[in-house]
Design a protein around this ligand. Structure first.
Ligand SMILES: [Zn+2]
Length: 159
């Protein structure tokens, strides 16, 4: 699926760059959006199940923001690509939709079950962990915000 993905993305204005250290993707592509702050990122991976994943990227050091679109076949990806790009452009132009409704500051990211856990994927603030010191000098982790966004879909899959 990689060669077809590469051809399709390149034909749609994406450029390929080197895979990030933090991601499991083996091929990574980006395309600018009308709102220059975000890029549309596409990554192909064969980890567990081969797939292509698209989302909005603020920087390579952070996970994608907002709705994640995941396609598992060339056929479904080819069919969905133009609507995926339109949806991501729409989000990039309306960054309020990407913000956490609780703190109103941070962007929301996809949270999905791994391993034996089972829950419906959702978009959360990222639950930024801060390390604080108690009066006794003990360090502990606190979750600054537990905000969850229901304004936009968390995950869309195409099979
Ligand atoms: Zn928040």
């Amino acid at each position: 699926m990689l060669e077809e993905t590469r051809r399709l993305l390149t034909a749609n204005g994406f450029t390929e760059d080197s895979p990030g250290l933090l991601s499991h993707s083996l091929a990574h592509f980006t395309r600018p959006t009308a709102n220059g702050a975000f890029k549309i990122a596409a990554s192909w991976s064969a980890v567990i199940v081969e797939h292509v994943e698209l989302g909005l990227e603020l920087s390579r050091q952070q996970p994608c923001i907002g709705t994640i679109h995941r396609a598992f076949s060339v056929k479904s990806f080819t069919k969905a690509l133009s609507s995926i790009l339109a949806e991501l452009e729409h989000l990039a132009s309306n960054p309020d939709l990407l913000k956490c409704p609780e703190c109103g500051e941070r962007y929301v990211h996809l949270k999905e079950p791994t391993g034996m856990k089972k829950f419906k994927p959702f978009l959360s603030c990222g639950g930024m962990r801060v390390v604080r010191r108690s009066s006794e000098g003990m360090r502990y982790k606190d979750i600054a915000c537990r905000g969850i966004s229901r304004k936009i879909p968390a995950l869309k899959e195409y099979r």
